[in-house]
Design a protein around this ligand. Structure first.
Ligand code: GCB
Length: 678
């Protein structure tokens, strides 16, 4: 009886919740760092809620505005089983996994709370005057966020690495203190992006800064500047204005270039202005020249520091300002050598980008999700080219329209935030997605979406070593093993028996390879059909690391033999793509524990990793399509996939430096290579 009653109450409350959903992310002002804002960073009170009961009930349905965790206790006769008072705290921005040892493996719900003080209605400009609007802006929350002010639902967001904001003008209209509650749910599943299975740690929490942004009612929502042609130096600025109801002046100024343009508008929407940038010095890694671009609409003024450059492809070249450029890169996760956990802000960005500079890099692959805005801003200043990626990683629910919609939202939010960053030259739509018809349709749609939103940059995706390539490697290794004096007769016999027993796989590979003699190296030209839809084909390959470990799973060849044979074979392998496009080797690498050295180069030693780098760099030079590389990876990074005691301890050890910045031998091999490479 009581249970039934409760169910009814909860169901009714659930219906209220549905009606109360408001707030959209995209109408909010962009370029928030350039605006008047109040930081909400600092210590937030928290409640850890592993069962997710704060806004739901074990009897089903949702608990709405007056949910379990949302309102403070009202009096001594109220039964209360939670309180933010005297609760633990977490620092925002920051993940919870690295802040509290007991939360290292925690991936569910944490409730965050803090107070906001408002001067009340009319406080749009933060000074109690005017009729402006206030937006609550989050740099990123991993993975789902639900937000309430004074117990009233404000909005929700899914996706752990991109910014979002809600209009909270009305919620904060009363002067005084308001309670802000954010439910952060970090549980990933089969229909999230990424899914639960990823080779990095899903650091949960409010991982980037939170602020309250104030704008006048009529304001510049966004502006995007781009150089259309590096020869004529003609550019264009797109300005989105909102809240405009009467004739209003818009001014565009680039003082260093003596540019001052004025137009008038009497309505909201997008305006385009051609810009003659003939006097500008083009942005490049050698000379990362930036200009202040200032846009004014009535009382609202927004400025951004912008570089002007073009990026395009011609055949197998990537051209920056019309000139071929080789991308001397490195991949990195968003973890810095300054501390544990997800990194954020200018200090972390500086530590990592300066390390990349020291390596001699001019290019960074920001894997596997959009990194903090401070990173791409600093890359602009330092002249580093950037690959920015959405976390469409490995197998995701490609067949699901709702998942495609989520991926498009992430792409939209990523592009919007960084549209003015000269450093960003490549938008990557995926990493290592296994081939299927559904995957191809999904990624083709994402490539279209990128081009619809931004046709001034290149589209790429990091491809998985295909089945054909793996079969080819297997075939080449086995055929070499059968003729190798160091392979035992017993093994050769076992291999011969196996081939006799499973002729089809070998025959398939042989047919594909054509008539290649027994000691041939595999032809590693990727045929992944996604190559057609990207501007730059990027391939992840692990010669010298994983491939040797796969072979014994298929044929009876000891891993040590396979490893030695593959190293020999690397002298002949040529990697490419069947498409006439530039090729980036977006990953290669090997694991090494910093400080473990041994001249016999056993696995996990710095020497082994250095040897892989040495052989890889020689091998890759043979590709005539190669336009760049971004070896895996700059710093060791956290991953639940890597538990090996005393070596990994939940770090992926393929870093060129350890988590504290200790350089491994391979760092210097790559540095040397970049010094000598044009
Ligand atoms: C890959 C993935 C990357 C992994 C890496 C590894 O191919 O793209 O996310 O961390 O290999 O270390 O296995």
């Amino acid at each position: 009886m009581i249970k039934k009653l409760l169910q009814r109450v909860v169901a009714l409350m659930g219906a209220t919740l549905m009606l109360s959903i408001v707030g959209t992310a995209m109408a909010a002002p962009n370029l928030v760092e350039q605006r008047q804002r109040v930081s909400l960073d600092g210590e937030w009170q928290i409640i850890v809620d592993p069962l997710g009961l704060g806004d739901s009930s074990p009897f089903g349905g949702d608990i709405p505005e007056r949910g379990y965790f949302l309102n403070p206790p009202r009096g001594p006769q109220n039964l209360v089983e939670f309180s933010f008072d005297n609760s633990q705290t977490l620092t925002v921005p920051g993940d919870w996994n690295s802040q509290k040892a007991e939360l290292f493996f925690y991936d569910r719900t944490v409730w965050y709370h803090r107070m906001i003080t408002s001067a009340g209605t009319g406080d749009g400009m933060g000074d109690g005057t005017g009729d402006g609007r206030k937006f609550l802006h989050f740099g990123a929350v991993n993975y789902r966020a639900k937000v309430w002010i004074d117990g009233a639902f404000v909005g929700a967001h899914e996706g752990g690495f991109t910014p979002f904001a809600f209009d909270v003008t009305d919620a904060l209209s009363a002067p005084g203190d308001h309670s802000l509650v954010v439910k952060v749910d970090n549980l990933h599943g089969t229909h999230t992006i990424p899914t639960r299975w990823a080779d990095w740690l899903h650091f949960g929490g409010i991982t980037r800064s939170v602020s309250l942004v104030s704008v006048p009612a009529a304001h510049i929502e966004d502006f995007t500047v781009s150089l259309k042609d590096h020869q004529t130096k003609q550019g264009v600025i797109k300005i989105d204005v909102t809240g405009v109801t009467s004739r209003t002046d818009i001014t565009v100024a680039i003082p260093a270039l003596n540019i001052q343009r004025q137009v008038q508008t009497d309505s909201s929407g997008a305006l385009y202005l051609q810009l003659d940038l003939s006097d500008a010095t083009l942005w490049s890694p050698q000379n990362p020249q930036l200009y202040d671009v200032i846009v004014t609409l009535g009382d609202d003024e927004v400025s951004d520091r912008v570089g002007f450059r073009t990026v395009e492809t011609r055949g197998t070249d990537i051209l920056l300002n019309g000139e071929p450029i080789f991308l001397k890169g490195v991949a990195m996760h968003e973890e810095s050598i300054l501390h544990e956990g997800r990194s954020h802000g200018p200090a972390d960005a500086k530590a990592m980008l300066m390390l990349a500079k020291e390596l001699g890099a001019n290019f960074i692959r920001l894997a596997h999700y959009p990194h903090d805005a401070a990173t791409t801003r600093l890359a602009d200043e330092l002249g580093l080219l950037i690959w920015s990626e959405v976390p469409v990683y490995w197998q995701i629910a490609f067949e699901d329209e709702a998942v495609l919609a989520k991926a498009k939202t992430m792409i939209g939010e990523m592009i919007r935030r960084d549209a003015n960053r000269a450093s960003v030259v490549i938008w990557s739509i995926a990493n290592e997605t296994p081939e299927s018809d559904e995957r191809l349709a999904f990624l083709e749609a994402l490539a279209d979406e990128v081009r619809r939103l931004d046709n001034t940059r290149l589209v790429s995706a990091a491809l998985l070593t295909g089945r054909k390539e793996l079969e080819a490697i297997g075939y080449a290794v086995v055929s070499r093993a059968l003729n190798d004096p160091q392979v035992s007769d017993k093994t050769k016999q076992a291999l011969a028996d196996e081939i006799g027993f499973f002729p089809s796989a070998i025959a398939r590979a042989a047919a594909w390879l054509g008539n290649v003699g027994p000691a041939a190296a595999p032809d590693m030209r990727s045929e992944d059909p996604l190559g057609e839809f990207v501007d730059v084909v990027a391939i992840n390959e692990y010669f010298g690391w994983y491939y040797a470990a796969f072979i014994p799973l298929i044929v009876p060849l000891p891993e040590a033999d396979a490893r030695r044979i593959i190293f020999d074979m690397m002298d002949e392998v040529v990697i490419g793509t069947k498409f006439d496009k530039p090729l980036i080797i977006s990953e290669f690498g090997a694991g090494a524990k910093a400080g473990y050295t041994d001249p016999t180069a056993p696995i996990w030693s710095e020497d082994y990793q250095a040897k892989v780098y040495d052989m890889q760099l020689q091998m890759l030079e043979r590709s005539d399509q190669l336009a760049g590389i971004s070896p895996w990876v700059l710093r060791d990074f956290r991953s639940y996939m890597r538990p090996l005691n005393s070596i990994q301890d939940y770090y992926n050890r393929k870093g060129l430096v350890s988590e504290t910045g200790q350089k491994k031998k391979a760092f210097f091999i790559l540095q040397q290579y970049y010094q000598n490479r044009e």
